[in-house]
Design a binder for this molecule. Structure first.
Ligand SMILES: C[S@@+](CC[C@H](N)C(=O)[O-])C[C@H]1O[C@@H](n2cnc3c(N)ncnc32)[C@H](O)[C@@H]1O
Length: 250
């Protein structure tokens, strides 16, 4: 197995069994949806980079509409299918195991595109360009993207993100990408930092404790990097975080 593939497998293993694979919060998602007034009665929905499907299940339950749930990890999709069965929502969940950058769906068939903490895999700009053709007329995209909250950030924050995700942008830079890719920004809303800790980092820390004695050196690196990420967020959360971009296809 290639190093990069082993790294991805370790990352997936560290996140198995968790409700979420990234920062998010169902009440906050509900709040975001309450701000959107323009959806059809039974929207055609996609959750891209769905992980184990916290967002998918929330959307399926809320709209009682089918959700196409895309991820390249079979393990996460299997967790989603099991959870959908437990919640009697399996008839509303269609798992799609594929690369989020090569969705070959019919054009203009998605009314609500949802993606939490996953677009960065294509870069925000790349995701918008790849997904825009899928959007139905006046369709809505809700994408949470790691974003700078200020134009000047402290050096440790800049250095960290320059290495981890050089394409990170401010909310205004991301708004320019949205406009250039055929979206109108309807609103930008910051996920509260409490959601990072309560729903993501604290459960993740339990998995880290379980796996920290692993002899797998790649797992050790993934755990060390995650600890570094948590420390940075603890100190500098006012400078960056996840912003939800609510956008309309125009
Ligand atoms: C940070 S997690 C977020 C998961 C979920 N949306 C959540 O908020 O809990 C990012 C997800 O994107 C998936 N992913 C990463 N790159 C991908 C790609 N190129 N194609 C499809 N899925 C991908 C990962 O497997 C992971 O489940």
């Amino acid at each position: 197995m290639e190093e990069q593939e082993k790294y991805i497998q370790a990352l997936i293993k560290l996140h198995l069994g968790l409700e979420r694979q990234g920062p998010g919060d169902t009440n906050y998602s509900n709040h975001i949806l309450s701000l959107i007034t323009e959806l059809p009665q039974n929207p055609r929905i996609a959750d891209i980079g769905c992980g184990a499907g916290a967002g998918t299940l929330f959307l399926a339950d809320r709209f009682k509409s089918k959700v196409r749930a895309v991820d390249f990890s079979r393990e996460f999709l299997d967790e989603l299918s099991n959870r959908a069965k437990q919640r009697e929502l399996e008839h509303l969940v269609e798992t799609v195991e594929c690369d989020m950058g090569s969705l070959d769906w019919e054009a203009e068939t998605i009314d609500l595109l949802w993606s939490e903490g996953a677009a960065y895999n294509l870069t925000f700009e790349g995701a918008l360009k790849a997904w825009r053709p899928l959007m139905a007329t006046d369709g809505i995209a809700v994408i949470s993207e790691i974003s700078y909250f200020t134009s000047e950030v402290p050096e440790p924050v800049r250095a960290y993100w320059q290495n981890a995700y050089p394409a990170i942008g401010t909310e205004s830079e991301n708004s320019v990408h949205a406009n250039k890719s055929g979206f109108e920004i309807l609103g930008i809303h910051r996920l509260p930092s409490k959601a990072w800790w309560d729903n993501y980092y604290e459960p993740l820390r339990e998995n880290m404790n379980t796996l920290k004695h692993s002899k797998d050196s790649i797992m050790q690196s993934v755990i060390n990097e995650t600890e570094e990420e948590m420390k940075l967020f603890e100190e500098y959360e006012k400078y960056y975080g996840y912003s939800f971009y609510i956008m309309k296809a125009v």
